[in-house]
Design a binder for this molecule. Sequence first.
Ligand SMILES: Cc1cc2nc3c(=O)[nH]c(=O)nc-3n(C[C@H](O)[C@H](O)[C@H](O)COP(=O)(O)O)c2cc1C
Length: 359
Amino acid sequence: MGGLDTRISGLLGTRYPIVQAPMAGGFTPPELVAAVSNAGALGSLAGALLRPDELRDGIIAVRRLTDRPFAVNLFAPLPPPEVDTEAVAAMQAVLAPFRAELGLPEPQDVPSPAPPGLAEAQLAVVAAERVPVFSFTFGAPPLEQLREAGSVILGTATTATEAVELERLGVDAIVAQAGEAGGHRGTFLGPFEEAVVGGVVLVPRIVDRVSVPVLLAGGIMDGRGVAAALALGAEGVQLGTAFLGCPEGGTAMLQRSALAGSADASVVSRAYSGRHARLVRTRLVEAVERSGVDPLPYPLQAVITADIRAAALEAGRADLLLVLAGQGAAGLRELPAAELVQTLVRETEEAVGRLAGEG
Ligand SMILES: Cc1cc2nc3c(=O)[nH]c(=O)nc-3n(C[C@H](O)[C@H](O)[C@H](O)COP(=O)(O)O)c2cc1C
């Protein structure tokens, strides 16, 4: 199987050690998750932004569409942000010209974060539903209930130190989120600046320090990337951006064309949500970065930019989008999920075969 039969496929109960990354914000609906799992990889439902009832409905919908293993993903509970009205006013002033361009009214309300206790309530749903695989990022939630529910547990690390800590907490495998990765940085220990580490460095650093298997996440868009991850010592891969091209997902046409046309315009910024995240560098991102105004603390920045994001999509304004994506975004292929999984497997086997001198 060209190196594709690893401890990760055994642990996850999948044919291939390939995971479709959870992508909060409507990008990984049950149809995508189930299509990936039915194709022999592991689909992941992003639950972090869902109310507990929506999360339960999502899990039930996945189960209706597949009898294969799948994952549900949550964020570790974070302390609520302080709302500083002066800081809100300063950021609203940066955003005002873009609202004017889009014909949006000036917002009257001060943003409010998610209700307290949401993360705990989401966790209770995931435990009660006894999901096959549970994955998380931004630190570590209490894992006892999930362990009792029999879920395989995947934690996200952006440094070797974080990986060692997650192993100590009892995860079954580690998702090594490299600097190339799209979306929010999962960093939870130490300074963010020291935790944007390319995959070529990160995977060997982690596999040398933990005994649980490791998946590489970040920048993998085709089978060459999968083969490279395996060569580095990873036993699986997690791909997010590559699955944004699947018609079963929730990516709008405009977002897909922004990704495919993004060339190398990728940046890690707090402009989207207040937390460091890799996204496509659009005019809006540049304006927030250049303003010198500090983005609001996570997730308030996402709350105050929500109307602009929605209106930009509606108006077809790619320059005003905030699109989370990895450094490989320009390599996006618009393939149905099953075809993407099969293509990745074929390309990986070809790449491994080439290295073995078979072709
Ligand atoms: C649009 C988007 C949303 C994401 N949302 C989540 C999430 O909800 N939970 C999570 O653990 N990771 C999330 N990630 C990060 C992925 O798990 C993964 O680290 C990343 O997609 C890998 O890099 P790649 O996009 O280059 O494949 C997100 C990534 C993207 C692109």
